[in-house]
Design a protein around this ligand. Structure first.
Ligand SMILES: Nc1ncnc2c1ncn2[C@@H]1O[C@H](COP(=O)(O)OP(=O)(O)OP(=O)(O)O)[C@@H](O)[C@H]1O
Length: 848
């Protein structure tokens, strides 16, 4: 058993026998048999075949088919299962299946012992079996190939092998015969040579038309097979080339799609990175810088991808153009496959023709017998008819093939046009994508520039904010330090406040002790200077000489009268004619401080009219300015002092002052702050909670000294006055200026500044009733003051506050822990000597 594979040109045929023997045929030996019996015939026929082959290569489609093959293609004797070849020197039975041939039997008829076949059929069969056995064809043999199979070529190669084997076996047979005897060797050689020469003559005889027809058709058929095999080989090459081109085109398309998808993915990633940059740019500038750098790196990678894509597109275009030039496209693969199938069909038809040819040759051999001459003729006639029919059908088949080929060519051209349109559309799409990505690249570049500008701006803002933050941090640290210092200062202030409060209490206690030591009742005497109009009335020297009041040089608080050397009047303090308003207030200010400490005080001016009571209490007001001046008396200075002290102690004391002015005229009360007489209500004096209160009296809270003085000035104009001999505007009533001191909404102290009416006698006044009430109230006041100065008497007697409205109103500030300060004003002129002496007697301590 053996296998055989045959290839043309680039392939090599190899045979593998059952006995493991291998034989390889060179390409040159595959075409023509080297049988020595056919050398000369092969040479002659090869020349003809070469000419026919060249003409067939020029135009395969127009090459007329061999009459023999054409006749056999429609032979009714064709069998698909088992086929047979019967040549003059070779016979074989086989079956085909694609690239596989199963050999049932094969033999060479040109053996030297073939002569025995004519004489003894039995011997011939024995030899045939023996020969087959010696050739290794014991049973069914198989020939396989990895290429589309050519039956004729394979069988020809098989024939070559068998002839070669036959020659070798003949040599072996000759060697065996040498053992039998050299005598028969010569006879056998001569017989073999004769038989070969006879067969050669029969084969080459031109007289026999059957032989001639058989040989020509046989080699024409062979040549056709060669041409078909060459065409098949060319088609196989073209198929391989198309497959390579198709594979390359597919690889390029896949690479292009992959690069295009990767570029789209990278663009999407880039957009996402740009969006991330906008969101995170304001959060962290350092991170934004990193993102920006990464975006720039990705842009560079995208630019590289664009370059790669452009190169790929150019390569694809080149391949497309190359394929256009060569007319090769992948779509050709389909008709090529169809063509391959057709070639296989043609081979199959050729095999059938070969099979029919063998049958004809067998019939021809049978017709060689003398008894079959008529059959030979008939067969020859039938053969000619078949050839004629085949020749008649051949143009039709060729035309059909040509039409089929033209149809396929048209289809291929249409497919090529479709591909061209697709290529154009792809080129257009590539151009659009290239334009789009160039535009997008520019847009992205502009966007990156804007981002960079914004980043630089943000960085500058960040630096500014950082500087501001540092400044704020420093300011905050300075603020904390300052706050700590302030806290320390607050603590220090609180400590100082505490110390001040304690010292204030100590001062108050000491002040109280001083007042108590000096006495709650203090009497000052103020001597009015001689006024200018008084100097015009009398000569100043005379006046000076006639002054009745002298201040003791040793004891400044003692006043002596010139006319009465024994009369000496003692006071707590004496203010001479040169004393100023400020001197008087400096002695009064401790009593004002007692009021701020919570005491009720009364400052009373007593004296003859025109001696300076009002001047001492109020002073002279400036018509334009209400402020303190050198002419300001105790009242405006007290107002200024109170608000000054309020401001000084406001840290730990909340002081509020309210003002009320009440006039006592002929034992009747009148509210001087209530200017409207129609609204004026009756004022009654009540004592509530041990405090004297005037019903319906108006008290007005004042916020500053100016407001207080404005009210006093206004009320002063409402006071009842009259022109006297000593004063053009003499006060004929008692006027009480009341200042209530509140601390934390509670009345704590009070000041009563009392400007009494003139104390002159009845003879000095024209209105006796008026003078009577004045004297009554003054007398009561004198009695009370006298009682207050005599503590022993104070205990034993009851103080007559209710005897006059004046003393009733001053009840809270006369006696007890209250403080009373009385100014006795006197005039030193001699004409007032009597009244001066009465005033000094009235209240001087000398009388006590
Ligand atoms: N110490 C003084 N220095 C300068 N002028 C004075 C002094 N005392 C009184 N005068 C002036 O004397 C005049 C009379 O004074 P004042 O009106 O004060 O007397 P009075 O006692 O209040 O009289 P009356 O009881 O009638 O009201 C005023 O013009 C006043 O300016």
């Amino acid at each position: 058993m053996f296998s055989k594979t045959k290839r043309f040109s680039e392939s090599l045929i190899s045979f593998e026998f059952a006995n493991k023997k291998k034989i390889s045929l060179p390409p040159s030996s595959q075409r023509v048999s080297k049988s020595p019996q056919k050398d000369q015939l092969s040479i002659n026929l090869q020349q003809d075949l070469l000419q026919q082959r060249e003409s067939k290569r020029s135009n395969i489609t127009k090459q007329p088919q061999s009459p023999y093959s054409q006749g056999l293609s429609k032979s009714p004797t064709l069998k698909s299962s088992c086929k047979r070849i019967n040549e003059e020197d070779f016979e074989a039975k086989y079956s085909t299946n694609k690239n596989r041939i199963s050999i049932n039997s094969a033999k060479i008829n040109s053996s030297p012992l073939s002569a025995k076949k004519e004489k003894n059929q039995t011997d011939y069969m024995n030899y045939e079996n023996q020969h087959k056995y010696s050739s290794g064809l014991k049973s069914k043999s198989i020939i396989t190939s990895d290429k589309p199979f050519s039956m004729k070529t394979s069988l020809e190669g098989l024939k070559y092998i068998l002839v070669h084997e036959n020659q070798q076996e003949e040599g072996v047979s000759q060697n065996n015969q040498n053992y039998e005897g050299r005598n028969n060797e010569k006879n056998n050689e001569e017989k073999s040579l004769n038989r070969l020469s006879q067969n050669r003559k029969n084969e080459t005889s031109l007289d026999n038309p059957f032989n001639k027809l058989t040989n020509e058709d046989f080699f024409q058929n062979k040549e056709n097979i060669f041409c078909e095999q060459e065409e098949e080989l060319l088609q196989q090459k073209q198929i391989q080339k198309h497959n390579k081109t198709l594979k390359k085109f597919k690889d390029l398309r896949y690479k292009q799609k992959f690069q295009r998808q990767s570029f789209l993915d990278s663009s999407q990633d880039q957009d996402q990175l740009y969006q991330t940059l906008i969101e995170t740019l304001g959060q962290n500038d350092n991170q934004s810088l990193k993102d920006l750098k990464s975006i720039m790196d990705q842009d560079k990678q995208n630019a590289n991808k664009m370059e790669i894509q452009n190169d790929t597109n150019q390569l694809i275009n080149k391949n497309i153009l190359k394929q256009q030039d060569q007319g090769e496209f992948s779509i050709i693969n389909i008709p090529i496959q169809q063509k391959k199938d057709e070639i296989i069909n043609f081979n199959h038809q050729n095999n059938q023709l070969l099979h029919d040819l063998n049958i004809c040759m067998n019939q021809q051999n049978e017709a060689k017998l003398p008894n079959n001459q008529s059959k030979i003729q008939n067969l020859n006639i039938d053969q000619q008819k078949k050839l004629q029919i085949a020749n008649a059908d051949n143009p039709t088949i060729l035309q059909q093939k040509i039409q089929d080929m033209n149809t396929r060519i048209i289809n291929l051209e249409q497919q090529v046009e479709i591909k061209d349109e697709k290529i154009k559309s792809l080129e257009k799409e590539i151009f659009q994508l290239k334009t789009y990505y160039e535009f997008k690249d520019k847009h992205q570049q502009n966007y990156l520039n804007n981002c960079l500008t914004n980043y630089l701006q943000l960085q500058a803002d960040y630096e500014n904010l950082k500087q501001s933050y540092d400044q704020n941090t420093n300011a905050q640290q300075a603020y904390l330090i300052q706050k700590q210092e302030q806290e320390q200062q607050i603590k220090l202030i609180q400590e100082l406040k505490r110390q001040v409060i304690e010292s204030e209490k100590i001062v108050e206690q000491q002040h109280e002790q001083i007042i108590q030591f000096r006495g709650n009742l203090r009497i000052f005497c103020r001597i009015k200077p001689v006024l200018d109009y008084e100097a015009e009335f009398k000569y100043r020297e005379l006046i000076q000489n006639s002054l009745t009041i002298q201040i003791n040089q040793r004891h400044k608080q003692v006043i002596e009268l010139k006319q009465d050397e024994n009369a000496k009047f003692f006071f707590d303090s004496v203010f001479d004619m040169n004393s100023t308003q400020e001197d008087v207030f400096n002695q009064t200010q401790p009593f004002i401080q007692c009021a701020l400490n919570g005491d009720q005080i009364a400052i009373i001016a007593y004296g003859q009219t025109g001696t300076g009571k009002t001047y001492t209490m109020e002073g002279v007001y400036d018509k334009e300015n209400i402020g303190i001046s050198s002419q300001s008396g105790i009242l405006p200075r007290t107002a200024a002092y109170l608000f000054k002290e309020k401001e000084r102690v406001h840290i730990h004391r909340n002081l509020v002052f309210s003002v009320g002015v009440i006039e006592v005229y002929c034992e009747e009360l009148r509210d001087l702050l209530q200017t409207d007489e129609k609204v004026q209500q009756k004022l009654d004096i009540l004592q509530l909670n041990k405090r004297i209160k005037v019903v319906n009296q108006v008290f007005q809270v004042v916020k500053n000294a100016e407001e207080l003085l404005s009210l006093i000035k206004k009320s002063s104009t409402n006071r009842i006055t009259d022109k006297t001999a000593q004063n053009n505007r003499s006060s004929r009533s008692h006027c009480i200026y009341q200042i209530k001191i509140f601390e934390n909404d509670q009345e704590k102290g009070g000041i009563n500044i009392v400007d009494l009416a003139g104390s002159e006698s009845f003879q000095a006044t024209s209105n006796k009733r008026e003078s009577s009430f004045i004297n009554k109230s003054l007398t009561t006041l004198k009695r009370i003051i006298t009682m207050l100065s005599d503590r022993q008497f104070l205990v034993q007697s009851k103080i007559p506050y209710r005897e006059s409205k004046l003393t009733r109103l001053l009840q809270d500030s006369l006696g007890g822990n209250s403080k009373t300060l009385v100014f006795v004003t006197v005039c030193p002129l001699e004409e007032n000597f009597v009244q001066t002496k009465e005033s000094l007697k009235f209240i001087s301590k000398a009388t006590f």
